[in-house]
Design a protein around this ligand. Structure first.
Ligand SMILES: Cc1cc2nc3c(=O)[nH]c(=O)nc-3n(C[C@H](O)[C@H](O)[C@H](O)COP(=O)(O)OP(=O)(O)OC[C@H]3O[C@@H](n4cnc5c(N)ncnc54)[C@H](O)[C@@H]3O)c2cc1C
Length: 257
């Protein structure tokens, strides 16, 4: 990876506006289920409860509540991939894996099924002045990555690096931005091994004032963040790293800012 000569002093921090939203629970109906790729299910949810739905940032999340017998429903975090205010339709993309209440629900979902969704509770909106982005993640980060790419203004330069199991999992995004889309391949069983993603990240020339967004399995996020921030002193203020899940733990997340 090529870094500016003195990464520590390159620039001031980008502005990030943290917007709070009134927390709302919405009961939605599955309108359609689309197999986007072999490993990604797109579920479109509609309902009048969405009339005041707001999601201001591509990496917002909602909580979904799925049945988990016996007892209380389980809650999981998912990205509002797209919201169409006209048809009041919220799209969520589910990365399919072996086990888990949310994945089970998504695999069995049929039009007419109901799903309770809460949030987003807030949005962290990165200033539109930011012109360069490096988006790094795995399958679970693809919805936020795709949304960021699709919503980017003309003139924005984005490099995305996403770890997936193979070319059949690549997605194409419509965008006004200049996009370099890179993919790293590894089996899903090795999704907690940072090697493939790290190798791809090391090939990228990172310019100053590039906002680096990382979201993946915890060990992968940690390794990439350590490579950029600790090893190469890339400024923390230009980095947002989130662990979207933890291998071996249900419903696990954490954000390092
Ligand atoms: C802010 C945020 C936004 C997110 N957005 C999305 C999104 O839009 N789409 C999406 O698919 N995911 C997204 N995730 C990740 C998702 O919340 C987790 O993958 C969640 O654990 C899945 O729930 P589950 O019930 O299927 O599995 P869980 O019951 O939580 O986990 C069961 C087992 O499966 C493993 N596991 C969990 N997720 C995966 C995975 N992706 N691949 C392989 N093994 C896994 C766990 O380690 C555990 O051992 C997001 C997470 C966060 C924090």
């Amino acid at each position: 990876m090529h870094f500016p000569a003195d990464s520590k002093s390159v620039s001031s921090a980008p502005r990030i506006d943290r917007v709070r939203h009134e927390l709302k629970w919405r009961l939605l109906t599955v309108a359609s289920v689309v197999q986007l790729t072999p490993g990604m299910l797109r579920i479109n949810l509609s309902g009048e409860d969405l009339s005041d739905f707001r999601s201001l940032s591509p990496d917002d999340h909602v909580k979904i509540f799925v049945p988990a017998p016996p007892g209380e429903p389980e809650r999981r975090d998912y990205t509002p991939r797209r919201y169409d205010a006209l048809s009041r339709t919220l799209t969520i993309d589910f990365a399919v894996h072996d086990a888990g209440a949310a994945t089970r629900w998504a695999l069995q979902a049929r039009p007419g099924d109901r799903l309770e969704v809460a949030g987003p509770r807030g949005s962290a909106v990165v200033s539109p002045d930011v012109e360069r982005w490096l988006l790094i993640g795995d399958e679970t980060a693809l919805p936020a990555t795709g949304r960021r790419i699709e919503e980017a203004a003309a003139g924005t330069r984005i490099t995305s690096v996403v770890a997936v199991s193979g070319p059949e999992e690549h997605q194409k995004f419509e965008t006004r931005a200049e996009l370099i889309a890179l993919w790293a391949h590894r089996p899903l069983s090795q999704a907690a091994d940072p090697e493939a993603l790290l190798a791809a990240v090391k090939t990228i020339g990172l310019e100053p004032e590039t906002f680096v967004w990382i979201a993946a399995e915890a060990a992968v996020t940690r390794a990439i963040r350590a490579h950029l921030v600790e090893k190469h002193c890339y400024p923390l203020s230009w980095t947002k790293a989130s662990r979207y899940w933890v291998m071996g733990h249900a419903d696990a997340r954490e954000t390092f800012d």
